[in-house]
Write a protein that binds this ligand. Structure first.
Ligand SMILES: Cc1cc2nc3c(=O)[nH]c(=O)nc-3n(C[C@H](O)[C@H](O)[C@H](O)COP(=O)(O)OP(=O)(O)OC[C@H]3O[C@@H](n4cnc5c(N)ncnc54)[C@H](O)[C@@H]3O)c2cc1C
Ligand SMILES: C[S@@+](CC[C@H](N)C(=O)[O-])C[C@H]1O[C@@H](n2cnc3c(N)ncnc32)[C@H](O)[C@@H]1O
Length: 650
């Protein structure tokens, strides 16, 4: 999916105080009030709250989030219901979201003030992404897709139990209700799904019928004589884009190999989905390898065409901001989520601003600063203009990993000093084996989160993993002279603010380099990078520096590898009906991979873990399909298959 700039809606009201859109010449809700409409049409029309009772999870999809009143009414109904489902996932698409300040003002007199306040506080930056807002300890999740409904529906991976259709009136906004939209809803519908809307337009009813819904009219409210209700009853298999819902294992328990950022974040995200896990780590403590540096940074990126990497990093950096803020605020991690500067050496300030205007990226996500504005923020006379990422920052990755484990609470056990020598399928479970083939444990789900060692543990996965050695340097804060920054600065290399009496900067990158020792030449390289960031030669000798060496695990396309593993048996793999797209690849039941975090594990860990946990628990995925494909562990097999096809054709 190509992203398009998000144009926020202004908050305007009509003579009766009802919010209106001048662009669509329509009101956001009838005069009887949004909650009365929500309860009669959307909740009542979908048989809620009754239909969610006894369910582990219930998924609602809404077209047109607007002011969020339907979401708030649904959340409140879930709260009020003693027999509520275990988890409520509310997916909503909105092309013109309100700015946070306007949303706050829209809800200032809301009867659901507490919930509205929590929604406003969690309101994400207005970027073309699928934003996940988590409430009630993960039991209420809002997946907010900012952008056009026609672009987003094919990108969603969810099995929907109830649809709320709430665009502006079909006559004024036909593209939101047309046949393509109705057919996309049909592809997302779970068995028994229902639909409700206040519109009784005959064209809509015809399109819903052709998409496999059984449609009828019911009595309306607030001046509407009729409303439309429907239930999904296709006469033919609609050939769902999303794979059929796998039957969940009886035991919701996973084994995770590796306790770096990937493994620890997985334990947290699984716990939020109601799963237990056991993390097996060969070292005597968590975060002892790549994740064991004293500090590292996280941030998004901007590129001119807003390609896959930029979109993925943007989504991940928003999730990282929340995870790091929690690690700092609730778990005592050293760090800051108050912004980061990334120096720009190629484009000038005007070109940077033009890029942001063209991409429509909002200032709470990224700003283009000239060198003097950047210098004013960080306190160092940086030599070039900079991208300022207000949601970026730095953190001690060891503490971030620890915070993930603490947030998982009683749902996780961490076993240190356990070296997993082999893994194997035994019936419908996965076994992990130690030295001499001793079975250590077994569970229905196994996650390989052990960086480059995942390839050695299961060579048949054929993961094309590489390792690059990286050396960090640090100096005593008292030796720093001109290198004391208030914000982390990145560019070629990076410099972090003082913490724990030292200033960390770096880092080197060399492939196929197993040398574990600190090298003077690498310290010199880091000092040279530092000089380029600060615009001055560093006033310190190599002998005054300390540092650390570790290895990043990277995939050839510089994206992480996250998701269900492809089938291990080459014959099963080749038997997939079509292997031209990763979503068609045959999978190994119960086996998942989370590796290749490269030099961005802090930025990527939280989002990737949430994606993985949703995939394991068959929940709606908090990332769009085109980005899921880009990080899918099966992508290499598919590329090889396509390459072989081309070779055959020549
Ligand atoms: C010098 C340097 C600087 C960096 N700077 C940054 C930065 O500023 N920002 C950023 O986002 N990222 C940075 N990174 C990258 C980041 O550190 C990594 O992406 C991240 O730590 C990877 O996490 P992981 O959990 O995948 O791997 P790891 O942390 O390596 O965890 C894998 C774990 O698996 C365990 N394991 C392996 N095999 C087995 C087995 N068979 N049985 C049991 N346990 C096993 C290992 O002991 C290890 O603990 C940097 C990396 C380096 C090297
Ligand atoms: C009636 S309002 C929704 C009210 C909302 N459900 C609530 O509870 O407050 C309709 C919404 O649809 C949005 N919208 C209009 N066209 C759209 C499109 N093509 N794609 C996505 N959203 C769209 C509008 O911006 C508006 O916020």
């Amino acid at each position: 999916m190509k992203s398009s700039p998000i144009v926020p809606a202004p908050l305007q009201r009509d003579a009766h105080g009802v919010p209106v859109s001048t662009e669509y010449d329509d009101v956001y809700h009838p005069r009887i009030g949004p909650l009365a409409q929500a309860r009669h049409v959307f909740l009542g029309g979908n048989g809620l709250p009754k239909r969610w009772r006894g369910r582990e999870r219930f998924v609602v999809l809404e077209t047109g989030f607007g002011l969020g009143n339907n979401f708030l009414a649904t959340w409140q109904a879930w709260r009020d219901d003693a027999q509520r489902c275990g988890q409520l996932v509310f997916v909503s698409i909105e092309r013109h979201p309100l700015r946070q300040v306007d949303l706050r003002s829209a809800h200032q007199d809301s009867p659901l003030a507490e919930l509205a306040g929590r929604l406003v506080d969690a309101w994400p930056p207005l970027t073309h992404n699928l934003h996940q807002l988590v409430f009630e300890h993960g039991r209420v999740r809002l997946l907010l897709a900012f952008g056009d409904v026609q672009d987003w529906l094919p990108e969603l991976r969810a099995s929907v139990d109830a649809f709320y259709l709430d665009g502006f009136a079909p006559a004024r906004n036909p593209a939101m209700w047309d046949r393509r939209v109705c057919h996309a809803l049909g592809r997302l519908a779970a068995p028994g799904a229902t639909l409700a809307t206040w519109s009784a337009a005959s064209a809509l009813r015809a399109d819903l019928t052709s998409a496999g819904f059984e449609v009828h009219l019911a009595s309306g409210i607030g001046g509407k004589r009729d409303i439309t209700l429907a239930s999904f009853a296709p006469r033919f298999d609609p050939h769902p884009v999303a794979p059929p819902r796998p039957t969940e294992p009886v035991q919701r328990r996973a084994l995770i190999v590796g306790a770096g950022l990937a493994g620890c974040a997985t334990a947290w995200a699984l716990a939020e989905q109601g799963w237990e896990s056991r993390v097996l780590e060969r070292r005597e403590r968590i975060a002892a390898e790549a994740s064991g540096n004293p500090a590292g940074l996280f941030h998004g990126i901007v590129n001119a065409d807003d390609g896959l990497h930029a979109r993925f990093n943007r989504a991940a950096s928003v999730a990282a901001h929340a995870a790091v803020a929690s690690a700092i605020g609730n778990h005592g991690a050293a760090g800051s989520s108050a912004g980061l500067l990334r120096l720009e050496h190629d484009a000038g300030h005007d070109a940077m601003r033009a890029t942001l205007t063209r991409l429509g990226l909002p200032p709470d996500y990224v700003q283009a600063l000239d060198a003097s504005a950047a210098a004013a923020l960080c306190g160092i006379a940086v030599p070039s203009p900079a991208w300022f990422y207000p949601m970026g920052g730095w953190v001690d990755p060891r503490a971030l990993a620890r915070s993930f484990i603490e947030r998982a609470g009683g749902a996780v056990t961490v076993s240190h000093g356990v070296d997993v020598h082999a893994v194997r399928r035994a019936g419908d479970r996965w076994e992990v084996l130690g030295a001499g083939g001793r079975v250590i444990d077994s569970a229905p789900v196994l996650v390989l989160a052990n960086a480059a060692a995942a390839a050695a543990l299961l060579p048949t996965l054929q993961l094309p993993l590489d390792t690059t050695r990286g050396q960090l340097s640090w100096m005593a804060a008292s030796d720093a002279l001109g290198a004391t920054t208030r914000l982390p600065i990145a560019g070629a290399g990076y410099l972090l603010p003082p913490s724990d009496g030292r200033i960390v900067f770096g880092a080197t990158s060399s492939s196929n380099d197993p040398d574990p020792g600190l090298r003077a030449q690498d310290h010199r390289f880091n000092l040279a990078q530092l000089a380029r960031l600060t615009g001055e030669p560093a006033q310190i000798g190599v002998s005054q520096l300390e540092g650390r060496v570790a290895w990043r695990c990277v995939a050839p396309d510089r994206l992480p590898i996250v998701g269900a593993a492809p089938a291990l048996d080459p014959q099963v793999r080749a038997s997939a009906a079509r292997l031209d797209q990763v979503r068609n690849a045959a999978r190994e039941p119960g086996l998942f991979v989370f590796t290749a975090l490269g030099s961005r594990g802090i930025t990527w860990a939280a989002l990737c873990a949430e994606v993985l946990a949703a995939a394991i628990g068959s929940a709606p995925l908090p990332l769009e399909a085109s980005l899921l494909d880009a990080i899918d562990p099966a992508r290499f097999a598919v590329r090889a298959w396509r390459g072989a096809g081309r070779a055959r054709a020549v």
